[in-house]
Design a binder for this molecule. Structure first.
Ligand code: T1G
Length: 696
């Protein structure tokens, strides 16, 4: 099918309108073929004497999702988008955009280059380039300020968020809202413009600029730059919008283009574009095609009303799915529901949730005592105590109670999903749904695929994850799956650093400087040192420093001291001399001569073992692709997105450098698990990179 076609249409007044329709599924990205098709049809329409006006429309759900992100970094294919938009804007006949859906990035810029814009109620317009580490590169920073004013336009481009059809109309971005026949309305609007002497061009407007607007823009720009902490695209956005105020249109357009092209090469943008595709690839399971359909999930049940269970129930309620929250005792249920209600009330108080929405969600959460209440659920999520005996009791009971075809999911963080599935007669219906705390906030959902898990159970779980607003990633069964298995390596490395001479605040500073919101030791204090301590006591693991702290009752924030001291009511910890003395005494007891570590060495010692574990995860097929691992760490552990995730970052560091360092760490510690995984060593020796896309 042609990516761009043109049909003649006679307007009500008999005038000829050329309707140019883009058809480039799934979202009409402005690939080279689309750009060429647009230029060709525009020129044909402009030269056709029977044509009085032109409408640009689109097939499918979206108008245009923007430039084709997959083309970035490749040799440019003419015509460029600015060339196409210039042809639209300079067309002697009016060109009107019929906005049937999202018009994002280059899609909105194309609409702004048109002489008119008619939007359907489901239409949305936005310039999200900032989220890709870019700025609008086809006139958005020049035309949007001419419609909104520099300050409001700057705010919209800085947020990257779209506006809906009614908002676009009220802001003057859209000229008309078409409730019914969008194409008819757009053609009529185009013919009305054809009666004017010249088609109206956004570039000719300056009525929104004023000293007040300038002052407001400069203030917003200063604040943005202060917050930006070196993000080059924020600085480029400021410079481009300022050019709109200071320079003639075409000169300012050149400033924008130069800034944009520099950002396309920026490592941060490359990392963010990598993640854009990584998050979409994560939803694809090799070997399971689109013919496998999801089972309907109209009613859910959650076993356990603790922090996780309550958060999971909130996820279902937020998605409008009735959920039965089940406990063995009424008082545990009451406590769980009270926590949920308090959470909602705090959001209502903050203004992030309406009272009406709170009431609606609470009405969807039905409390019940006893597993029989799960009998009618299409999906049951167990979020009980992390203990195999407890899981065995629950799943063998669920096997009796749950209806045939119900999906039985466990929220376990570490335990063997195959062993849990074996506690039922229906292992094909058992899957792991590993939510991250707080479950109603964290975006990541590890979908743990058991050996017997049926393909449609996986597809249903991925579908449901998206309905809950999560980023679902399919992972295999092993201790800790993907995220926690790699986290264990970082935690172990952190302990080693403390014993070797680093202090908690030095390690945390290196990690926050890298871009994490919180360092590993502050994280442990927040989550509670006692949690890992109890798990290690059960499994025989060792973490000398954390165990010593826990044995002294220093559990972290909850006890006012852990790795750090938390003065009365303080949220941020301060250095604790007693903790540092404890660490030093442990080093001395092991005869370790303490030394200092640079931030760079701290990061290498923390992150390289994680990358190595990621390579093993790929070798074992626990993750289908390296980008899945990146998606897990960015969405489940706040790995800084502008570095692309641990595996993408490792490639930017250089796999040979990492392999050499891991060999040294293994020799120094005698820890065989630090020896480079065969896959990692192979890639380092052959100059390879982790396979992009499907499979390892
Ligand atoms: N380029 C290439 N592929 C794209 C794409 C794009 N812009 N947008 C989506 N896709 C693919 C996506 O990878 C997936 O592929 C499929 O379409 C469905 O996407 C010059 C420089 C439009 C709201 O940032 O926000 O314009 O996995 O799963 O949930 O100034 O896609 O099926 O193979 O997300 O319905 C700016 C990005 C680009 C918008 C639809 N535009 N896209 O959401 O579907 S830069 C964006 C989205 C730019 C100009 C600048 C969403 C969506 P596959 P999906 P969805």
């Amino acid at each position: 099918m042609e990516p761009v076609r043109m049909e003649a249409r006679t307007g009500a007044s008999g005038g000829g309108v050329a309707v140019v329709t883009i058809a480039n599924p799934p979202v009409n990205a402005l690939a080279a073929s689309v750009r060429a098709g647009l230029l060709r049809t525009l020129r044909e329409a402009e030269d056709d004497p029977a044509v009085r006006a032109i409408v640009i429309a689109a097939d499918g759900k979206a108008f245009i999702a923007g430039a084709d992100i997959s083309e970035f970094g490749k040799p440019p294919a003419p015509p460029s988008l600015p060339e196409v938009l210039q042809a639209i804007e300079q067309c002697a006949k009016p060109v009107v955009a019929a906005l049937n859906g999202v018009a994002l990035g280059g899609g909105m810029e194309l609409a702004l280059a048109c002489h008119g814009r008619v939007v359907a109620p489901q239409g949305q317009l936005g310039l999200p380039e900032i989220k890709l580490g870019l700025i609008p590169g086809a006139g958005g920073t020049q035309r949007l300020p001419r419609i909104l004013g520099a300050a409001p336009a700057f705010a919209m481009m800085l947020s990257g968020d779209p506006v809906d059809a009614r908002k676009a109309l009220s802001l003057g971005i859209a000229d008309a809202l078409a409730e019914g026949d969008l194409l008819g309305a757009a053609c009529a609007h185009a013919l009305r413009l054809a009666d004017a002497e010249h088609p109206p061009r956004v570039r000719d407007r300056a009525d929104r600029f004023s000293p007040e607007d300038r002052a407001a823009f400069e203030a917003a720009a200063a604040a943005a730059l202060k917050r930006a902490s070196g993000q080059p695209n924020v600085e480029a956005l400021v410079a481009s919008v300022r050019a709109a105020l200071d320079l003639p249109f075409d000169e300012a357009l050149a400033v924008e283009r130069a800034r944009f092209q520099a950002l396309v090469e920026d490592p941060r943008s490359k990392a963010l574009r990598h993640l854009f595709f990584a998050e979409r690839a994560a939803g694809r399971v090799p070997g399971i095609g689109r013919e496998v359909k999801a089972r309907p999930i109209e009613q859910a049940a959650v076993i356990g009303a603790g922090t996780m269970g309550g958060g999971i129930a909130m996820c279902f309620a937020q998605a409008g799915i009735p959920v039965t929250l089940i406990e063995v005792k009424a008082e545990a249920l009451d406590a769980g529901l009270a926590r949920i209600r308090a959470n909602y009330e705090a959001s209502v108080k903050r203004g992030s949730l309406s009272q009406e929405e709170m009431d609606k969600r609470l009405s969807l959460i039905i409390c019940a005592v006893g597993l029989d209440a799960a009998a009618s659920a299409d999906m049951v999520v167990e979020a009980a105590f992390e203990d195999m005996a407890v899981k065995a009791e629950i799943f063998s009971a669920l096997d009796r109670v749950a209806k045939p075809g119900a999906i039985l999911a466990t929220n376990t963080s570490y335990l063997d999903v195959n062993a849990i599935a074996a506690m039922t007669q229906r292992p094909q219906d058992v899957v792991g749904l590993h939510f991250f705390s707080p479950a109603n906030v964290m975006r990541l959902l590890e979908v743990v695929r058991g050996a017997a898990t049926a393909p449609d159970v996986l597809v249903t779980s991925l579908d449901l994850g998206r309905r809950l607003g999560k980023l679902p990633v399919v992972v295999g069964v092993c201790y800790g799956f993907v995220g926690n298995r790699m986290l264990a390596k970082r935690t172990q490395a952190g302990e080693r650093l403390l014993l070797a001479g680093a202090l908690p605040h030095e390690v945390d500073a290196a990690v926050t400087q890298f871009g994490f919101r919180m360092g590993p030791f502050a994280m442990l204090d927040l989550a509670g040192i006692d949690i890992g301590w109890r798990a290690r006591k059960a499994t025989g693991g060792r973490a000398p420093v954390a165990d010593a702290l826990a044995e002294q009752g220093r559990f972290g924030q909850k006890t006012g001291r852990g790795f750090y001291l938390y003065p009365e009511g303080a949220r941020a910890g301060v250095r604790d001399p007693e903790t540092e003395a404890l660490i030093t005494s442990l080093s001395d007891a092991q005869g370790i001569v303490r030394r200092s570590f640079s931030a760079e060495e701290i990061l290498a010692r923390l992150f390289y073992p994680m990358v190595n574990e990621g390579a093993k995860i790929l070798e074992e097929g626990i993750a289908a692709r390296a980008s899945d691992i990146d998606a897990v760490w960015v969405n489940g552990y706040n790995w800084p997105s502008f570095t692309g995730g641990p595996m993408f970052w490792a490639e930017s560091v250089g796999l040979p450098k990492i392999v050499a360092a891991l060999d040294a760490f293994a020799a120094e510690t005698g820890d065989e698990t630090l020896k480079p995984a065969p896959l990692l060593r192979h890639l380092a020796e052959t100059g390879g990179v982790f396979a992009a896309g499907e499979g390892a």
